[in-house]
Write a protein that binds this ligand. Structure first.
Ligand SMILES: [Zn+2]
Length: 220
């Protein structure tokens, strides 16, 4: 009886290991290539910034279409700022974008895990770090290296960008915002465990202009 129990346990453990391996290798083919994804985002932002009519309102039909499975074509690491919603800024719909947002568009282990998941299991091949003009989190980090509560964690992680741009000519906040987005993109490149898929993945950063609605890709 005891032997049977042990065998059952061993068999269960073995089957779990096989299941884990199958899941680990279960990456669908790319939703679209990184370059195609970038072109789609640029087209969507052009619609958003130049047209008054969105082509991508979430409809019941689109909800039904995406209810059982998702194949987002890009990962956006954006700021939690209420004026920078990636689905709106890029004029995309339900199921199009895999979005991770924190104040200051930072990445921690949870964010890196989310990125790895989107690439390995959902087929996303483009990762965009989206900073934005007048970012309050970067402004706070520029003004002080101390902040109350957990805001300190944000300020702490933005400090390297503040230090890297200190004393440089031009607008200090704009420079720190761009540098922060650049550094976060570099962190993702260095830390995200993408395995063989890394060669298919593009990681870029861009800055969103609150006034014009345009995303500036030229600083990358
Ligand atoms: Zn912000």
């Amino acid at each position: 009886m005891r032997t049977t129990s042990i065998l059952t346990v061993l068999a269960t453990v073995a089957s779990l290991s096989v299941a884990t391996l199958i899941v680990a290798a279960d990456h669908p083919t790319a939703s679209v290539s990184a370059d195609t994804a970038l072109a789609k985002l640029k087209e969507g932002n052009l619609r958003f910034s130049t047209s008054e009519v969105s082509q991508s309102k979430p409809t019941a039909a689109r909800r039904a279409e995406t209810a059982q499975a998702q194949h987002p074509f890009a990962v956006i690491v954006g700021c939690a700022d209420s004026r920078t919603s990636p689905e709106l800024v890029f004029d995309q719909n339900l199921g199009d974008l895999f979005v991770i947002r924190t104040a200051g568009n930072l990445v921690d282990d949870h964010a890196l895990g989310s990125i790895e998941y989107a690439v390995a299991h959902l087929g996303a091949r483009l990762i965009v770090v989206l900073g934005h003009a007048r970012c309050g989190a970067v402004k706070a980090a520029l003004e002080s290296d101390r902040a109350p509560g957990h805001i300190q964690s944000l300020v702490h992680d933005i400090q390297p960008a503040v230090k890297a741009t200190k004393g440089k000519p031009g607008d200090a906040l704009a420079a720190a915002i761009t540098e922060n987005a650049r550094q976060v993109a570099a962190q993702i490149k260095a830390k995200a465990a993408l395995g063989d898929l890394a060669k298919e993945v593009r990681i870029v950063f861009a800055i969103y202009d609150l006034d014009t609605g345009k995303v500036d890709w030229t600083k990358d």
